[in-house]
Design a binder for this molecule. Structure first.
Ligand SMILES: [Zn+2]
Ligand SMILES: [Zn+2]
Length: 457
């Protein structure tokens, strides 16, 4: 087995990994960096120019894991791509949305090679997607594995992160390799916690997103939800609106379910909720698959029971934050041109408004900049407009879809890998895991794999 990290640059970006097996090269995830454009946003696919990839395995449909998949597929005709049915449904929506974003970027930034693929490219690509069940060993074509014939098997396990998300076990040549993907071990409001295998493995490839995010003593998700409910209630009490930047995929649906519960328990008054068009499409998939996947609140149908207003791109310009409402707008990082970024221009300079953060934001993203700013600062939230005075109320809540660092650490200790590869985290996050793993597992090799360098396993 040989492993190569094809993620360009460090941190959370265009996640993509190559695993060389006796049957050939297998690719794990093929993402696009959500904050970069052009070449910088893609994985190091140039390393695959003369390679016939045997198979690609997709852990889930977030942009940083799926965004460049059609690009890879256009260069690897006939290559099967293995994923769960939920991931396939959502990936289709995410990739068509990404085509529209790239077309707009091409006009604005004059990027000659944009869009990297078109709607037709997504359609062609999706024909090679193989829908895979959980917890069943499969061949590299996504068929049921015959048994002990010695060939490589792939098994998907529920990762508890978003709808359809998985960790992947690859067994080949007597060795086992487990990739966590993005994982959460704890129940969220809709999503149930991960169900990962607990037997020892040879190699563990693990995400480190929250390695730099210690939690205060006595923190529990339930208490944090209560704190969020109280803050939303207090804000609405003043007659103002609450703006919550959220990812269209995952966090929107969790926040909708949370608000539904809060209203039922009379913690907050009935309040109009606004979401974006992409969020509503993905929410419809959550509703239609509610009976097929393991989740909490299986009977809740968000589009019916929460009945949000769906705001398109142009409508956001006309929405008035002074009208009492909750705006759960994407993207979570307030990336330029997204609904939450456009709306933030109205919210930030208004001292009567409330801006609540509920998930991860890259420190360099507009949401990251606002989170770290001091009241009264001017904040730059896009590349063209003037800096905006930051005068609104701001609060952050830890309602992440990623496992707390202690949970991933104890999982790694439980399965005692001979080698651990640390990915999907900023430098301080990776460093924390390195230190902890060195002392907890002294016999284990712990590596932060540098981009583009092959590592023999
Ligand atoms: Zn993710
Ligand atoms: Zn990710």
């Amino acid at each position: 087995m040989r492993f190569t990290n094809l993620t360009r640059g460090a941190g959370i970006g265009s996640n993509c990994y190559r695993l060389d097996l006796p049957e050939g090269a297998v690719i794990l995830d093929c993402g696009m960096h959500p904050e970069h454009v052009g070449h910088d946003a893609t994985p190091m696919l140039e390393q695959l120019e003369d390679v016939t990839v045997r198979s690609t395995i997709l852990t889930h449909a977030h942009q940083d894991h799926v965004g460049c998949l059609p690009l890879l597929q256009s260069r690897q005709r006939g290559m099967p791509v293995l994923m769960t049915p939920g991931t396939a449904r959502i990936a289709d929506i995410m990739l068509h949305n990404s085509v529209n974003v790239m077309i707009r970027q091409q006009e604005e930034l004059k990027l000659s090679d944009y869009p990297l693929f078109g709607h037709r490219g997504v359609e062609m690509a999706s024909r090679m997607w193989r829908l895979c069940p959980l917890e069943r060993p499969l061949t590299l074509d996504g068929d049921r594995a015959a048994g002990a014939d010695g060939s490589t098997t792939v098994t998907f396990h529920d990762a508890g992160h978003i709808l359809g998300s998985t960790g992947v076990m690859v067994r080949s040549g007597g060795k086992s390799f487990f990739y966590t993907g993005d994982v959460n071990f704890e129940d969220q409001t809709i999503q149930k916690g991960a169900r990962f295998p607990e037997e020892p493995v040879d190699v563990l490839l693990m995400e480190t997103t929250r390695g730099d995010a210690p939690l205060p003593e006595g923190f529990t998700r339930i208490k944090e939800e209560e704190r969020f409910a109280k803050a939303v209630a207090a804000a609405l009490e003043t007659g103002a609106s609450v703006t919550v930047p959220v990812f269209a995929l995952g966090k929107t649906q969790e926040v909708m379910a949370m608000l539904w519960k809060m209203q039922r328990e009379r913690l907050i008054p009935p309040t109009p909720l606004y979401v974006g068009g992409l969020s509503s499409k993905i929410t419809a998939v959550y509703d239609s698959m509610a009976g097929e996947v393991a989740r909490n609140l299986p009977h809740l149908r968000l589009m019916n029971d929460v009945a949000p207003y769906v705001a398109g791109g142009s409508e956001v310009q006309s929405l008035n934050p002074r009208k009492r409402a909750i705006y759960a707008l994407s993207s979570g990082m307030m990336t330029e041109h997204t609904l939450s970024n456009i709306f933030a221009r109205k919210v930030l300079p208004d001292p009567s408004q409330f801006l609540f953060f509920v998930g991860y934001a890259d420190p360099n993203s507009p949401a990251g900049v606002v989170r770290n700013a001091t009241q009264g600062d001017h904040v730059q939230i896009d590349s063209k407009g003037a800096a905006v005075p930051f005068l609104c109320h701001r609060e952050s809540f830890t309602l992440s879809a990623h496992a707390r660092r202690e949970d991933i650490l104890s999982y790694a200790i439980k399965i005692r890998p001979k080698t651990i590869l640390l990915v999907h985290g900023d430098d301080p996050a990776v460093e924390w895991f390195k230190r902890e793993l060195y002392s907890a597992l002294p016999g284990t090799k712990v590596i932060a794999p540098p981009p583009g360098q092959a590592i023999e396993l």
